[in-house]
Design a protein around this ligand. Structure first.
Ligand SMILES: Nc1nc2c(ncn2[C@@H]2O[C@H](COP(=O)(O)OP(=O)(O)OP(=O)(O)O)[C@@H](O)[C@H]2O)c(=O)[nH]1
Length: 304
């Protein structure tokens, strides 16, 4: 895949919590999920999935929801969210059609010129299924008066409207270059990814005070059992030895609680019994990989 006609790059979706970033990412990525995503997860931006559109490889960077900083840690998380956007080639601002320019959107608009430098910024008005056409046009105009978006898309991430257009456009504006993931490293593994994501979410919820963005989860194996249940083995990777104890907790209580919560959600999602086994390991070399990507011009370092 060194053909010069290929394109590859990073797309950050930004927007208020609930804007529909996850729904949109999942829809655009579809079943194509990189099995090596963990390798490029960083303390700042999480790589959520890889979409292939024609000759382009679109790598979606998931930024944690933007929200109002309350505590010191929250401010760090907000910085992380912006970090994800700043590291991308293309930034897509997602605004909810029926909510319009909320104070949260206002805040993002104010900071947009700062992160737009050298990047293409598009607007996607989401949840268009919830409003009338006139209201949409008004909102689009109001937003475009505030910022010079390269393109405006009217979409419904949930229903799929306009999503193809957005994906095709993203593919067309990404920089030319070789794919960042060879095709054979991208597999149809949505369930494994979803399962890992559920555990990661439970771990983050439980540990966010102690370990912001310092862990990744990988589904190592998935075994279908004759009785209709599934045995799933996962590993929570942490960056440092000291973090392992935090994730394990006293007598393993923390990891037990995490895996219980994840198992319950998985069972509900899959509609069947799940046996979930979660281990905690230190992934040495995490920072080396961040360094490698920095050398490729993808600076994920924490510059603050
Ligand atoms: N009606 C409607 N609902 C949508 C649409 N897209 C997303 N939603 C819903 O909006 C809610 C939030 O969607 P998410 O994708 O979780 O939002 P998010 O931006 O990832 O949220 P955070 O992770 O909290 O930042 C979910 O209940 C979705 O089902 C849409 O196009 N139309």
């Amino acid at each position: 895949m060194s053909d010069t006609a290929t394109r590859a790059g990073f797309v950050a979706l930004i927007g208020e919590p609930n804007a529909g970033k996850s729904t949109l990412t999942n829809r655009m990525v579809g079943a194509k999920v990189s099995i090596v995503t963990h390798k490029v997860q960083t303390t700042r931006a999480r790589i959520r999935g890889v979409a292939i559109e024609g000759e382009a490889q679109i790598i979606f960077v998931d930024t944690p929801g933007l929200f109002r900083p309350r505590r010191r840690l929250d401010r760090a998380m907000v910085a992380a969210a912006w970090g994800g956007a700043a590291d991308a080639d293309v930034v897509v601002l997602l605004v909810e059609a029926h909510r319009g320019i909320t104070p949260g959107v206002e805040e993002i608009l104010e900071r947009l010129p700062e992160i737009a430098q050298g990047r293409i910024v598009a607007l996607a008005i989401n949840k268009i299924d919830r409003v009338k056409a006139e209201a949409l046009l008004e909102l689009s105009k109001a937003l475009n008066d505030r910022f010079d978006f390269a393109r405006t898309f009217m979409i419904s991430a949930e229903k799929g409207h306009g999503v193809e257009d957005l994906r095709r456009w993203l593919a067309s504006v990404l920089p030319e270059g070789p794919w960042l993931y060879p095709e054979d490293q991208i597999a149809d593994l949505p369930l494994r990814m979803i399962a890992a994501e559920m555990t990661r979410e439970k771990a983050t919820l439980r540990l966010h005070q102690e370990l912001p963005y310092q862990l990744t989860v990988e589904t190592e194996s998935w075994e279908e059992r004759k009785d209709g249940s599934a045995r799933i083995d996962q590993v929570i990777y942490v960056a440092r030895e000291g973090h392992k104890g935090i994730v394990l907790g006293h007598r393993g209580e923390t990891v037990k609680a995490i895996s219980k919560a994840a198992r319950e959600e998985l069972e509900e999602f899959l509609g069947r019994k799940v046996h979930l086994f979660v281990q905690v390991k230190v992934r040495e070399g995490w920072m080396d990989e961040a360094e490698r990507y920095r050398q490729m011009g993808l600076d994920f370092s924490d510059g603050s």
